[in-house]
Structure formats: structure tokens, C-alpha cells
Design a protein around this ligand. Structure first.
Ligand code: SF4
Length: 343
């Protein structure tokens, strides 16, 4: 593999081999002054992913630059692994995968090597197009919502979907994102974590700031005056001991969770009800917020679903301009920074 391709696509097996051939091992990467540039670039990869949603480019003219670029990738992955935060991992994986997609658009010669690495069954077709096995196509296109991605709208022959290079690269992006997410966290020894402490702390700080910015409350805690009429009504009913339908309870808890309220804060609101049943509420809240499964909580329903469920109460003028109860809170609180991903 040539060094430029190895540096552009550091997740390829050939890139790791290239590093080995240049006598770079993981201990030296962590601690040797010879690899300081690689560590700096690795930190930059993660910080860019968190704060800008992308991994920026660096010049790769010299062999030295290329080796540092290759080594920065495992270092970035170790930082992400040490923090082991679902939001960070997803954001980092997306940033690396988008970067690869961008590079492929000017480097069509590398797409088959990338596809092979990601085990995407595909073959080159006439006029620079690519055939992708339909089952891989389905696997990596299911997150694409536009109708043009539906299998029925593709050029499907003999079990393969014929794709233009840019669409192929877009699916490879999904494949790489999935691959990175599945591989992390890596098992990073405590001794390494100690040496990496400064970089880990730096990322943790930027991560916490980014989460605050993306939160509908801007990290300021919930202001009840900014709640939409539906949530005010459901919350008031819950606190007055009115028996809520499941859809209303689900909408309220998932909404409060999305605002960043903790389990204790949410159960504290329900505890004001005269017939508060802690064990029943606790189970429901933990299930909806994801605490029970150790994962993410459910996404709160949008206005259309609230209306269908008959729990859109007393919509006001602002309601006419939004389509999600979380948008109502953002507008009311003046925290209108576009939410890119749930922190
Ligand atoms: S329009 Fe949306 S935000 Fe407004 S009350 Fe109905 S569901 Fe709630």
C-alpha cells in the first residue's frame, strides 16, 4: 500500500502494517517524544469531531507527515475509548466516516480497497459505477430516509445494485461509522490512561461544553415557564394525581429526559402526586430514560404524534410555528442552536 493511501484511510489493515514497518508500536506512540505530533493530531481528530462534527485535513506531503497521520488514528480511538461516552463515540465515528466519504470523492481509486476492508461486497462496473450486493445495500442504506434510497427505486440486477460513485461512497460512510462504533471502546491499560490523562481531560471538558450547548436547556436546568402547553398540562395532571394514559406519561418522561433532567429530578416531579407509587414510577421512568438498559432514552414524540394520541393540549401561537415540543422549549428559552444529535 502506498503511504498516501495509508494516511488518508488509517483504518485500513495496510495502514497498520505500514506503521509496523516503520517500527511504530503502541507503547512508543503513547510515550515517546518522537510521536508527539501523532498524539497532537490524534487529540485534534477527537476535538474536531466533538466541536465541529468533522475531522479536518492536514498536509500529507512528506513521509513523516503520513506516518504521524496514520498513528494519530489509533491514538484518537484510545482517547475515545478511555472516555467511553456514547455521544462521543457516535460523534467521533460519524466524523471519521464523513471524512472518508469526502476523501473518496477526489480519490475514486481507493473505494474498492475501502469496501474490501469494510466487507462490503461490491465489484467495479462500466463507466466508473459500482455493483453492491443487495443485502449489503439494505444493511447500509436503511438509515437513509429519502425515497431514492429505497431498494425499489434502484437499478437492481442479479442481486446487485448498480450505484454511482458518490452514492457508493455515502454507503461506505455508513459502513465505516458502524464499524468504528462496534469496535469502541478498546481496552486501554491503566498505565496508558495515566499518561494520556491531560488529553482525556481536555476532551472531557470540550465534550461537556458541547453537550450543554446542544441541550434544549443550554445546560441551565429546566425552566417550567418555557414548557409547551401540552407538557405543562400533563405535568400538572401527574402532580394532581390524575391517572395519565401511557402515551402522556411516556411523552412527559421522555421529554424531561431530553431536557437533561436526571432520574432523581424526574421522579421528584412525580413524587408530588398524592397517590405517588415509587416502585411503579421508578420502573417506568428507568425504562423510558434508558437507565434500566444502560443505554439512551426514548426520543420524545413530535407534535403530530402528540395530536394523534390526543395529548396536544391548548396549543398557543408559538405552537403554530414548531413541530416538536422540544423546539418550543428552545425558542422560548432563546437557545435556538440547531440540535445535531442528542447528547
Ligand atoms: S403543538 Fe406541539 S408543543 Fe404545542 S401543545 Fe401541541 S404537542 Fe405541545
Amino acid at each position: 500500500m502506498d503511504s498516501l493511501q495509508a494516511a488518508r484511510y488509517p483504518f485500513l489493515r495496510g495502514s497498520a502494517q505500514f506503521a509496523e514497518e516503520n517500527s511504530a508500536d503502541i507503547e512508543s506512540l503513547i510515550s515517546s517524544s518522537s510521536y508527539e505530533s501523532a498524539r497532537k493530531r490524534g487529540l485534534e481528530r477527537v476535538l474536531d469531531a466533538v466541536s465541529q462534527h468533522k475531522v479536518g485535513d492536514v498536509p500529507l506531503l512528506q513521509e513523516y507527515d503520513r506516518l504521524m497521520e496514520i498513528l494519530s488514528y489509533p491514538y484518537a480511538r484510545m482517547i475515545v475509548s478511555c472516555i467511553n461516552d456514547r455521544f462521543l463515540t457516535k460523534r467521533y465515528a460519524l466524523a471519521e466516516a464523513s471524512r472518508m466519504n469526502g476523501l473518496l470523492s477526489n480519490d475514486p481509486g481507493s473505494e474498492m480497497a475501502v469496501a474490501e476492508e469494510l466487507e462490503v461486497r461490491s465489484t467495479a462496473a462500466a463507466e466508473g459505477r459500482i455493483n453492491m450486493h443487495f443485502s449489503d445495500y439494505l444493511r447500509f442504506s436503511h438509515v437513509m430516509k429519502a425515497s431514492e434510497w429505497k431498494l425499489i427505486n434502484t437499478d437492481l440486477k442479479g442481486g446487485f445494485v448498480l450505484l454511482d460513485p458518490d452514492r457508493f461512497a455515502r454507503l461506505l460512510q455508513n459502513a465505516l461509522q458502524e464499524r468504528i462504533e462496534s469496535e469502541l471502546p478498546l481496552n486501554v491499560p491503566d498505565a496508558f490512561r495515566k499518561i494520556m490523562r491531560k488529553d482525556i481531560d481536555r476532551v472531557n471538558m470540550v465534550l461537556s461544553d458541547t453537550k450543554k450547548k446542544l441541550s434544549p436547556t443550554g445546560g441551565e436546568g429546566m425552566n417550567p415557564d418555557h414548557l409547551p402547553p401540552c407538557m405543562k398540562a400533563i405535568l400538572a395532571s401527574a402532580q394532581n394525581g390524575v391517572n395519565l394514559p401511557h402515551s402522556a406519561r411516556f411523552a412527559l418522561v421522555s421529554y424531561l429526559n431530553a431536557l437533561g433532567l436526571t432520574y432523581e429530578q424526574i421522579i421528584g416531579l412525580f413524587a408530588q402526586s398524592p397517590d405517588f407509587d415509587e416502585s411503579k414510577s421508578s420502573y417506568q421512568i428507568k425504562h423510558i430514560t434508558g437507565e434500566e438498559r444502560g443505554g439512551e432514552g426514548y426520543t420524545p414524540p413530535e407534535c403530530a404524534t402528540m395530536r394523534t394520541n390526543g395529548i396536544c393540549f391548548d396549543p398557543d401561537n408559538l405552537c403554530a410555528k414548531i413541530n416538536h415540543p422540544l423546539s418550543y422549549y428552545r425558542v422560548k428559552s432563546g437557545n435556538t442552536q440547531k440540535k445535531e444529535e442528542k447528547p
